[in-house]
Design a protein around this ligand. Structure first.
Ligand SMILES: *Cc1c(COP(=O)(O)O)cnc(C)c1O
Length: 467
């Protein structure tokens, strides 16, 4: 204790540390506040170490300088930065969901660094609509009467309910009272919109008659169907087909609303994904309004796309929330470019990273995994590398039961534990995120670009070189 007390008293003052040659030099180029903060943090960390008994001596001058420069290096890096996704989860929500197609990136760049006709009608020379850039395309691709877009699908659902069903009763199956994540739960959104939820059926089974009996000619204003995108109920189950629900709604003059969630614009059956409805199927069933995400199975930017009958879209455009939920110009640019690719399936599959990744099979992934394994083995001898069969996932709360047959590179470090390796790779300048299984660190090559293989090798080498 007394030794600890002595050590604490001997810790140099911030002003003294700022005079260390290497630190003083940084004061010339970097912001003073940032350097002072790094020095403060270095002394703070030392205090912690002393307190926990991990230190019995003060750092030498060289150590002080090194610690402070390392902290400065960390602080000068951008906080939001790219990572390498080795999880095999294509739409990893924590890693930013969908990556954009090159065409979308070009459009973002142009929209961001120049002026644009965002809300300017070039024909007339008058004020235009920000939705006009995607409305025509969405109509063409889906057969919808009209369309608009907002910030994300959560916003889309809130806007639809707020503008169409406020004050009235909305009927929904008990099997579809979904929580999307965070505090986005259908009953809560319903309440937020000022609509009243009427639950029908049970968790596993809801029949046509359940909806029919719940319709109150005075109070019911809509029927709502929510795609159970992030979970599946198996076994003794029944839901009412969308087309039947539409018939029922229309017989009673009620709009039928569909929250599709994932929103695939092309059938994903050829990639083995069978139970995911497409946007077009929902439109063809005759729903009045539907919405879906831009950055799930569409493979575009974060956005909420709303399609439907012109009279309902017009109502939504006039709602005050629309301004609060409005889509940004960079997002809009990326969305338009992504949608353009869907005019031709080959263009879409060839350019949209989500679809490219989905279309890879064990056959195409095997040589890719072998190449990465070779690169790693050629860069460092501090680990054993093998190629194995594994499973990845779509992620992003989409097709949750679908496992994607994949190939991984399994790394068994010689000098440190797999957990330590996992942690060190997360702390690299360009972090590599993977997972631990059977005492090995796994990298699923489905979600990794071959251009990054060298970088992964270098990162591994650096991480394994330290004891
Ligand atoms: C994902 C999802 C949402 C929310 O979409 P975001 O674009 O993430 O806001 C809403 N409803 C369903 C059914 C979903 O799957």
């Amino acid at each position: 204790m007394s030794n600890q007390g002595t050590l604490f008293r001997q810790i140099p003052k911030v002003d003294e540390l700022l005079k260390l040659p290497a630190v003083a030099k940084r004061l010339e180029g970097d912001s003073r506040a940032m350097v002072v903060e790094a020095v403060r943090q270095a002394t703070e960390e030392l205090r912690e170490e002393i307190k926990e008994g991990r230190r019995e001596q003060l750092p030498t001058q060289g150590e002080w300088e090194e610690n402070i420069l390392n902290l400065l290096e960390e602080k000068s890096q951008s906080h939001l930065r790219r990572v390498i996704n080795g999880t095999g989860i294509i739409l990893h929500t924590n890693l930013g969901r969908a990556c954009l197609a090159p065409q979308a990136m070009e459009a973002v760049e142009a929209a961001a660094s120049h002026y644009s006709n965002l809300e300017y009608d070039l024909e007339q020379g008058t004020r235009g609509s920000r939705y006009s850039h995607v409305t025509q395309l969405l109509k063409e691709l889906t057969g919808a009467e009209d369309a608009m877009v907002v910030n994300n699908n959560a916003a889309a659902v809130l806007l639809i309910l707020s503008s169409l069903t406020k004050g009235g009763e909305v009927i929904i199956s008990r099997g579809e009272l979904v929580e999307i994540g965070g505090s986005f739960r259908i009953p809560a959104i319903m309440e937020q919109s000022g609509s009243h939820l009427v639950e029908v059926g049970t968790t596993n089974k809801t029949h046509f008659a359940d909806y029919e009996q719940a319709i109150d000619p005075e109070r019911t204003v809509a029927l709502l169907k929510v795609h159970t995108s992030n979970f599946r109920v198996m076994g003794f189950t029944q839901e009412v087909p969308l087309a039947d629900l539409v018939k029922l709604g229309h017989a009673h003059n009620l709009p039928v609303i569909h929250d599709l969630g994932s929103g695939a614009l092309v059938s994903l059956e050829e990639y083995g994904i069978k139970d995911e409805p497409t946007v077009q199927q929902s439109m063809q069933a005759g729903v009045d309004v539907l919405s879906f995400s831009g950055d799930k199975l569409l493979g575009g930017p974060q956005a909420g796309i709303i399609l439907g009958k012109a009279q309902y879209i017009a109502k939504m455009k006039k709602h005050p929330l629309t301004r609060a939920l409005r889509i940004d110009k960079m997002t809009l640019a990326a969305l338009e470019a992504t949608l353009r690719l869907y005019r031709d399936r080959e263009q879409a599959v060839g350019n949209i990273p989500l679809l490219k990744m989905l279309s890879q099979t064990r056959e195409t992934l095997t040589p890719k995994a072998e190449l990465l394994a070779q690169k790693i083995a050629g860069t460092t001898h501090d680990c054993t590398v093998t190629v194995m069969e594994e499973f990845g996932q779509v992620g992003g709360g989409s097709v949750p039961t679908q496992m994607l047959p994949s190939m991984v590179v399994a790394i068994r470090p010689h000098t440190i534990s797999p957990d330590e390796l996992e942690s060190r790779l997360r702390h690299c300048k360009i972090p590599v995120v993977g997972r631990i299984s059977h005492d090995r660190f796994l990298l699923d090559v489905r979600t990794i670009e071959p251009e990054d293989f060298d970088l992964i090798g270098e990162n591994l080498k650096a991480c394994l070189a330290r004891p």
